[in-house]
Design a protein around this ligand. Sequence first.
Ligand SMILES: NC(=O)c1ccc[n+]([C@@H]2O[C@H](COP(=O)([O-])OP(=O)(O)OC[C@H]3O[C@@H](n4cnc5c(N)ncnc54)[C@H](O)[C@@H]3O)[C@@H](O)[C@H]2O)c1
Length: 444
Amino acid sequence: MADHTARPIAPAKGKLGILCVGLGAVASTFMAGVENVRRGKAKPFGSLTQMGTIRLGKRTDKRVPLIKDFVPLADLKDLVFGAWDPVPDNAYQAALTCGVLDKHEHVEPIADFLKSIAPMPAAFDQYYVKRLHGTNVKRGQNKADLAEQIRADIRSFKQTHGCARMVVVWCASTEVFIVPGAAHQTLAAFEQAMVNNDPSIAPSMLYAYAALMEGVPFANGAPNLTCDFPAIEQLAKDRGVAIGGKDFKTGQTMVKTVLAPMFKARMLGVAGWYSTNILGNRDGEVLDDPESFKTKEESKLGVLDYILQPDLYPELYGQLYHKVRINYYPPRGDNKEGWDNIDIFGWLGYPMQIKVDFLCRDSILAAPLVLDLALFFDLAQRSGMIGIQEWLSFYFKSPQSAPGLYPEHDLFIQQTKMKNTLRYLMGEEQITHLGVEYYTDGEK
Ligand SMILES: NC(=O)c1ccc[n+]([C@@H]2O[C@H](COP(=O)([O-])OP(=O)(O)OC[C@H]3O[C@@H](n4cnc5c(N)ncnc54)[C@H](O)[C@@H]3O)[C@@H](O)[C@H]2O)c1
């Protein structure tokens, strides 16, 4: 039963252009994956928008539609892809180089499609990603000029491909760590800083600015500052556009944000949490640079404090030693291994250990998140939900939230929040899991 009026949502009519900043392992695996699914050659496992359901009403109502049948999402057949990258490889070459997908099964049969996606020249500066050398790079008078060139790219892509709507998703390398400064506080300061080539304005910020100026939602899949500061948040509100980030929550952190709430739920203490990763893809190589690693480290370290609340539970979590390492190890390619050793303690302080060894595939975990984020950001935009999309925290390691509001990291709180937002959008009752009505013989 509906408990309020559904929000007006513009229909998902026409093509949706998805522009990925970066055409590396994640972006090429995402695009190739969607095309394989569209051709009926594979299933979109890992994608909530494609496979997930949502319960509506009471458990006894048995109303459990697919999410994509419940909310008006863009259909996969209406998606069109583009990208920017300083490496000139098209999506076919990128997919082969990254070596995530089986060449014969998932790349060669769609070679024509992948070859048609060539990257536009990137706003790129090696100062922000030390381990990369780009040749497909924009030239301009200053950073403001580069942002204007990105805006022109967005307009031209939209027109050439006849798109009704657009979304931009950052799938590019992790930039060096930047602390928000004066240039990030107001839009006027930010725009002046672009003209002055201020080093605190990283390329990712130029893409975010350009997208917002074009009225296009922007999602940030890496831990860079990018759109997480007051000037860009204000611009998103002024222009009525959806933004969000940061950093796709895929492997080790996804596991962490499931295990940590479990310890807290049972009042088990945590003495130490040591997390290490080995990976050998280009992302691993970029993260081998200490300045890019610092950006990732901050994103990975944040989650435990927020979930475990050592201020509230000093005896359980006040002394927690948390360490995160990422080691570049080429033989593994995209197949990351994430190890966790967790030292916990229980009744009367007796110690125990948990070991997790996640032999994952980085881009296989990330690709469906790009799809879901693009579709949900487009939905948010059509629903008039502007500014930070905190309801999509589910997808991020370091979710953006309103100033003064701490982010929610627990994966299942995030999931509940997301599904309740979908119910809210469609005028359906929120599910609180109270359930007393099942036991009170019809009493209210
Ligand atoms: N795979 C995962 O599980 C996962 C999880 C969380 C975050 N991420 C992040 O997603 C991003 C992409 O990961 P990946 O494995 O595809 O990396 P990748 O190195 O394969 O691809 C990144 C691409 O971005 C390009 N690039 C760098 N700077 C750019 C710029 N200024 N403009 C346009 N393109 C630029 C690079 O040339 C490269 O082709 C990384 O930042 C990574 O940290 C990945």
